[in-house]
Design a protein around this ligand. Structure first.
Ligand SMILES: Cc1cc2nc3c(=O)[nH]c(=O)nc-3n(C[C@H](O)[C@H](O)[C@H](O)COP(=O)(O)OP(=O)(O)OC[C@H]3O[C@@H](n4cnc5c(N)ncnc54)[C@H](O)[C@@H]3O)c2cc1C
Length: 450
């Protein structure tokens, strides 16, 4: 893909216009997006979007393994393509660039002559550093970086405690936020945007690349997958509609959620939530409508409860900064485990000899999805039974999961590995778990781990 010429930086008289570049990250939607609303807050808003696709795809912890594997990258590209169509339908466009945000965002901002970049920041440690570098690059071209929080169900400013005082245990967090619950309604997408001058021409240079152009092979679709869905907002909305209204599966969710295989036992909304094609507020608004029109019971509450877990880990990763990724974890309680490459290889290939674990690891590699029950078991086996460095497991999940989300992934890994926020500090007995959740061995047979 050609690289546009480097722009010339010139001071911009900010009173002269109000043009915005919306830098999308894990908010691949126009609806219920405070950054997009901010860009539209003008009588004649001129704005376009930008997405920076990564150019350094290798995992830091697992050299040679892509940080974003082909399944997630395909899902992201599909979501980006849908977002571009949504921008175009409103008269503007989305630039899909490859390169470091700290280089690309200031370059494009200067080239388009926008006076501000608006973004919904991901507040995990690396991304905070990235934000600072982008803000610095923007200052050099006299452009402001405006941040609007967007990833959680609960707005950070509505929490009944400061982030520093985030409860160490989820139950305390849940009780506190439920007592003082503020649930904001989702917002609509702006109807029209005029593009900044030159944006439409630039967009022709910066089209959504294919997987092949990113150096990744198109993954095979496995007919056994519990996640046979594709990326893009319309697909996410269709899934939400189908699971709630057509299948009525929400009404039974509390009983089915420990299922292992199939599309219905859980919502499967995580990949759209992780890339932001859907917002948690939109999901909860639909759950509330379902409760009003069909049934409100423990199951309908439980989906809300799980979304609070998601929020907890999003706030957790902000609260703990670099310690969310540190071997000794946020509590510094135990060792992070040994860097035992041979055991790790057997684990990731599904060749440990433990059938339940092997079935899970094969499913993950073949589909990019794994039920919560299996995620807990395979993670516990690696970190607590085989005593391998849990961060390698988290990095493998990061590469493989179609729904990888920084807070939920690293937070759950710390929790299961016993270095995070599990007050019970348990080890899973994977054989007892297999007997309980896969009593007839159907799941193990499905994935050839028996
Ligand atoms: C080791 C490990 C790693 C994980 N990594 C991720 C990850 O990278 N991304 C991710 O979204 N989830 C992760 N989870 C949490 C959970 O397994 C998935 O969110 C869930 O399986 C996704 O399927 P679903 O959408 O059908 O979930 P449902 O059961 O339908 O739940 C609804 C939503 O609630 C949220 N949720 C549910 N359980 C959890 C949880 N334990 N923690 C945080 N949020 C939750 C998700 O957004 C999910 O989409 C991980 C769990 C473990 C044990």
């Amino acid at each position: 893909m050609p690289t546009p010429d480097a722009p010339e930086a010139s001071p911009v008289p900010t009173s002269a216009r109000r043009q915005s570049l919306v830098w999308h990250r894990t908010d691949l939607r126009l609806e219920d997006n405070a950054a997009v609303q901010e860009a539209a807050a003008h009588p004649n808003p001129r704005a376009c979007g930008v997405v920076c696709l990564p150019t350094e795809p290798s995992s830091q912890l697992l050299p040679g393994i892509p940080r974003i594997g082909p399944r997630r990258m395909r899902f992201v590209l599909e979501s980006v393509a849908a977002l571009r169509t949504a921008w175009e339908a409103r008269g503007s466009t989305l630039l899909v660039v490859r390169g470091r945000p700290e280089q690309m965002v200031p370059e494009l901002a200067a080239r388009l002559g926008v006076d501000r970049v608006v973004t919904a920041p991901c507040r995990a440690h690396d991304e905070v550093g990235e934000d600072e570098r982008v803000a610095e690059g923007l200052r050099a071209v006299h452009v402001e970086l405006v941040r609007r929080d967007e990833t959680t169900l609960l707005a950070p400013e509505d929490l009944p405690f400061s982030l520093d005082a985030l409860p160490r245990v989820f139950s305390d967090f849940r009780r506190a936020v439920e007592k003082a619950l503020v649930l904001r309604s989702p917002t609509r997408a702006p109807a029209v945007f005029s593009p900044p001058d030159g944006a439409l021409e630039l967009a022709e240079t910066w089209a959504t690349p294919s997987l092949e152009e990113l150096g990744l092979a198109d993954p095979l679709d496995d007919p056994r997958s519990s996640f046979p869905f594709r990326g893009g907002r319309a697909e996410g909305l269709a899934r939400l509609r189908c699971w709630l209204w057509d299948e009525d599966a929400l009404a039974r969710y509390k009983e089915t959620r420990d299922g292992l295989a199939g599309t219905s036992f859980s919502s499967k909304l995580s990949p759209w939530l992780a890339c932001g094609a859907l917002s948690p507020r939109e999901v909860v608004a639909e759950v509330r409508r379902y409760e009003a029109e069909r049934v409100a019971n423990e199951s309908t509450y439980w989906l809300f409860f799980e979304l609070l877990w998601r929020d907890y880990f999003h706030f957790w990763v902000r609260r703990w900064g670099a310690r969310a990724f540190a071997g000794h974890g946020v509590l510094g309680r135990t060792s992070c485990g040994a860097q035992d490459g041979a055991t790790f290889e057997r684990w990731r290939r599904g060749e440990t000899g433990e059938p339940f674990v092997d079935a899970g690891m094969r499913e993950l590699a073949a589909t990019g999805y794994l039920s919560n029950r299996l995620r807990q078991n395979v993670a516990s086996w690696l970190a607590r039974t085989a005593h391998v460095d849990w961060r390698w497991g988290a990095a493998w999940f990061e590469s493989q999961l179609v729904d990888y989300d920084v807070g939920p992934n690293w937070g759950n890994w710390q929790y299961v590995a016993g270095v995070g926020n599990d007050p019970r500090n348990r080890t899973f007995d994977v054989r007892a778990q297999a007997d309980r959740y896969d009593p007839d061995g159907a799941y193990r047979r499905l994935w050839g781990g028996a």
